[in-house]
Design a binder for this molecule. Structure first.
Ligand SMILES: C[S@@+](CC[C@H](N)C(=O)[O-])C[C@H]1O[C@@H](n2cnc3c(N)ncnc32)[C@H](O)[C@@H]1O
Length: 235
């Protein structure tokens, strides 16, 4: 996922976009991201989620008519943050399903545990680029707004594909290369991703593009809200 130019507004998007992922070494960038989310920015994700609507709309993405987790026995939220999606997984997953969440930031994991008020999900500190799980372990994975924080997003996609069983499903949300996306990237010190490049990278690691999802009709019409896509690991 190179920083290649596209059409209209490209200069402005590039100008606005955070340069941190390319300015630092992989290790220094990872440290920056961890420190950022350990601190007030991590706490702030709950507040921003209220304004962006992500808190209220998250539930629309997971369910029988969207990302359907019925029948999934092992589900991972990779980069679970404060537990926004784990909260929904807890409500909608089969009662016997194993739920796990991981994050680079220990503070985010503590926030998630407090928020969930449940000991059921296994929460662990781990890097999405090097997941501590066996190949093909999960039936479903959710990965929200994490890929854009990885030093090498393709490596991250490969890792997500590795832990999914053949035919397993992935709900991936990521910051798109748009002007609002570039503005957000500044605050979160992350990159933005072009939809066509993401699609090609997913295909290259064996993740088939099932369908694009949108937060609402408004988001779909206005092409807002980032890239939200359901993927399926090749059998
Ligand atoms: C914008 S928050 C999103 C959190 C959650 N997925 C959500 O949608 O509410 C990004 C999260 O990704 C985590 N993160 C960033 N880089 C990561 C990495 N390499 N491995 C695991 N987690 C990472 C951050 O610590 C942060 O909690």
């Amino acid at each position: 996922m190179a920083r290649r130019s596209g059409s209209g507004g490209v200069g402005l998007k590039r100008l606005l976009e955070s340069k941190e992922p390319e300015r630092r070494t992989a290790e220094a960038y990872r440290r920056l991201v961890r420190k950022h989310y350990d601190g007030p920015a991590g706490w702030f994700t709950t507040v921003t989620g209220v304004f962006t609507g992500h808190e209220a709309l998250a539930g629309r993405l997971i369910g029988p008519r969207a990302f359907d987790i019925r029948g999934c026995k092992r589900i991972l939220d990779a980069g679970c943050g404060n537990g926004r999606y784990l909260r929904i997984l807890l409500k909608r997953a089969d009662p016997t399903a194993l739920l796990a969440g991981c994050d680079l930031s220990a503070a985010m994991l503590r926030r998630a545990r407090r928020r969930l008020r449940s000991e059921r999900p296994l929460l662990l500190a781990a890097d999405v680029s090097h997941l501590p799980f066996k190949d093909h372990f999960f039936d479903a994975v959710v990965c929200g707004w994490v890929l854009e924080h990885l030093p090498d997003p393709v490596l991250g996609l490969r890792e997500l594909a590795r832990v999914l069983r053949p035919g397993g499903k992935l709900l991936l949300l990521t910051t798109e290369r748009t002007i609002p996306g570039a503005v957000c990237s500044r605050f979160y010190h992350c990159r933005t991703i072009r939809r066509a490049e993401l699609r090609a990278a997913c295909a290259a690691v064996g993740l088939g593009w099932v369908r694009e999802l949108w937060w609402s009709r408004f988001h779909k019409l206005a092409k807002l809200g980032g890239i939200v896509v359901e993927l399926r690991r090749a059998s």
